[in-house]
Design a protein around this ligand. Structure first.
Ligand SMILES: *Cc1c(COP(=O)(O)O)cnc(C)c1O
Length: 355
């Protein structure tokens, strides 16, 4: 069985985790701070704040920006993008995506701007960066805040600059399927020092000094164990991404009869997912199951058609997104793959129409 994802935890992570356990300083602590600093430096942003997961990173950013009204969200994404908007007391307004890049379609976004729109959430889906010049332009024209959902896009770039460094804030996830992991974990990236400080206070019960609570807050701290894993992973982030990119290139060359992923000239794709398209998906899935090749459909149902979303906001039609949801399928691209495994994947896909 070739798994669709495989976290790689090395000796460095194990050593740091053991140090934490032996130190007794289990929560927050120096490794969380070191990890935040290292990730901020990597992204080229002034601040990174670690919280419990990527969903919470989005929620914290949205809540502490004091927004009101509607947020433009692509419908072709993981539901967390929309759930975070709802939890922050805002209304998601769903937008189509580009059928090549799977990223938010800015023509459709502009059509859906109203006098209540306060923000836009570009999602760098699968590790392909959104067209951030156009996102910025739209945001400037309509005075919108930008919250980048970069949960799948650690190390992805737009014109040589890392995603998560463009918006008012960015959100990252460190779930085990992402490009680097902490088990569970999230980060808010921002160049806004005041926002970063507000989030730091908010994640720790609104505490500014021990048992002095000047602001409302809850507990979204991560453990020092997670911090240690994240810090160890940072040594290998570029190596992981380069390996993903090489694997993707190899698959691109080898695969036939399906639509392979697109990488726009302005993008450095980080290949958190390698997502192909075919209008014979069921047949392909059957072959992949037979050949024991891990695969996953991200995402079979667009957010606007999810049961709970239709219950709250009613029915909506988005033809491009709905068609994509029927055609996409993701194949293994993770750094642990061997050349033999890549060849097995290619052989299975290229022969999927044969009995
Ligand atoms: C993973 C993911 C999230 C949520 O991150 P969690 O750490 O699982 O909470 C949000 N948005 C997108 C696009 C994701 O892929």
């Amino acid at each position: 069985m070739i798994p669709i994802a495989k976290p790689i935890i090395g000796e460095k992570e194990k050593k740091l985790v053991m140090e934490v356990i032996e130190s007794g300083m289990l929560v927050q602590g120096k490794y969380v701070q070191e990890f935040e600093e290292k990730f901020a430096e990597y992204l080229g942003v002034k601040n990174c704040v670690a919280v419990t997961n990527g969903t919470q990173a989005l929620i914290c950013a949205l809540k502490l920006m004091d927004l009101k009204g509607e947020v433009l969200v692509p419908s072709f994404s993981f539901i967390a993008s929309a759930n975070a908007v709802i939890e922050a007391g805002l209304k998601p307004v769903f937008v189509e995506v580009d059928k090549e890049t799977f990223c938010i379609n800015l023509y459709d976004a502009e059509k859906k701007v109203s006098n209540k729109t306060c923000a836009i959430m570009p999602v760098h889906l699968f590790g392909h960066s959104c067209q951030m010049l156009e996102v910025n332009e739209l945001a400037e024209n309509y005075s919108l805040k930008i919250i980048e959902d970069a949960c799948q896009a650690h190390g992805a770039e737009f014109k040589g600059k890392k995603v998560g460094s463009f918006g008012d804030a960015g959100a990252f996830s460190f779930y085990p399927t992402k490009n680097i992991t902490m088990g569970e974990g999230g980060v808010i990236s921002t160049n806004d020092d005041a926002l970063a400080e507000k989030i730091r206070v908010y994640r720790n019960q609104g505490m500014v000094k021990r048992y002095h609570h000047d602001a409302f807050g809850l507990n979204f701290r991560i453990t020092n164990i997670a911090g240690a894993i994240g810090l160890g992973q940072m040594d290998k982030i570029e190596e992981f991404i380069e390996k993903r990119r090489k694997n993707a290139e190899y698959l691109n060359k080898g695969l036939e009869g399906v639509q392979t992923p697109v990488e726009k000239e302005w993008c450095r794709h980080s290949y958190n997912q390698y997502t192909i398209k075919t209008n014979e998906r069921e047949l392909l899935e059957k072959k992949l199951i037979e050949k024991q090749i891990g695969h996953m459909i991200y995402y079979p149902i667009p957010i606007h058609q999810q049961k709970i979303i239709e219950e709250i906001y009613g029915k909506n039609s988005m033809p491009v997104t709905e068609k994509l949801a029927k055609e996409v399928i993701s194949l293994p691209v993770h750094p642990a793959l061997t050349k033999e495994q890549l060849d097995e994947i290619i052989e299975a896909v290229n022969g999927f129409r044969n009995k």
